[in-house]
Design a protein around this ligand. Structure first.
Ligand SMILES: [Zn+2]
Ligand SMILES: [Zn+2]
Length: 290
């Protein structure tokens, strides 16, 4: 679990990052709250950084929007005291860009967005049973991202880092898509399904390129867990951005209750921007730079 420090302005930042910041007693960020600077950087990375703003560079070669440094509250407390606020912003931005984002639950109002009517499909290598998404309500958006881990996050993090599990889920979905296209009379399209993550790695922002029966492209991201449908799972910044930019053709295939022994699981599908259907909460985990 990450130890975080909270400032009196309601921001939080990882203690180790604050401790590791270089000292600075110059420029606009002097004596400003580095905890707030870190959080602003993190939020800017998560929300999309403002373009065309004047940046100030510190002598450690980090940069931050000048207006932000100017507006930061003062602070002479905690591990970030007398440290470089510009660097704190930079570390926050980096963390927000690179670190995973956890998805907590599905909104109930997207249940009608399921891509296929409920039916059982036996895939070649195993079985995926399509089901309804679980019903959840939208959580109040937390004002500040939390840097605290929890046991359930930890468990699903490990699961997601389990490459074998992820790959097994992707293969099931590959076969599932193949079955649907073949049974719909589109063997030609079934032959064009591409396992993108296998060929190009994780950088593409989705795992599988498939098709609708009418030939329209489907970008599929597969998230597999052994746990139930409402087990939180992780998504990267790249994947989230990809879903925003390609929401018309984007599908999240949530494989849950996965059983390795029988190579089977259950599935629900949600179409559209991931952040429209799931509650996101940015989280930083150990093993990273911060
Ligand atoms: Zn603060
Ligand atoms: Zn600096």
């Amino acid at each position: 679990m990450i130890q975080s420090e909270n400032c009196k302005h309601g921001s939080s930042a990882p203690f180790s990052t604050l401790q590791g910041l270089p000292e600075s007693q110059t420029k606009t960020g002097r004596h400003k709250c580095t905890v707030c600077a870190f959080q602003k950087g993190f939020e800017d990375a998560q929300l999309g950084s403002p373009l065309l703003v004047e940046l100030e560079q510190c002598h450690h070669k980090s940069s931050a929007p000048l207006v932000l440094l100017r507006d930061l509250p003062w602070s002479q407390a905690g591990a970030g005291r007398h440290k470089c606020a510009t660097c704190a912003y930079g570390f926050g931005f980096e963390a927000g860009t690179k670190e995973s984002t956890i998805l907590v639950s599905l909104f109930s109002d997207r249940v009608d967005q399921i891509a296929h009517p409920s039916k059982h499909i036996d895939a070649l290598l195993g079985k995926l049973i399509l089901s309804q998404p679980p019903k959840f309500s939208k959580l109040e958006k937390s004002k500040h991202p939390s840097f605290k881990g929890s046991k359930i996050m930890d468990r699903s993090y490990r699961e997601l880092k389990n490459i074998q599990l992820g790959r097994a889920g992707e293969l099931l979905v590959m076969n599932y898509e193949c079955e649907i296209l073949v049974s719909g009379g589109r063997k030609d399209l079934a032959q064009k399904i591409i396992h993108v993550s296998e060929l190009e790695g994780d950088g593409a922002g989705y795992d599988i390129k498939s098709f609708q029966l009418d030939g329209k492209t489907k970008y599929i991201e597969v998230k597999t867990t052994r746990g139930s449908a409402n087990t939180p799972f992780f998504i990267t910044w790249t994947e989230l951005e990809f879903s925003k930019q390609n929401y018309d053709d984007y599908y999240l295939y949530r494989v849950f209750d996965f059983d390795s022994a029988s190579n089977s699981g259950r599935l629900f599908v949600v179409q559209g921007k991931v952040n429209d259907s799931f509650n996101l909460s940015p989280t930083i985990f150990r093993g990273s730079r911060v």
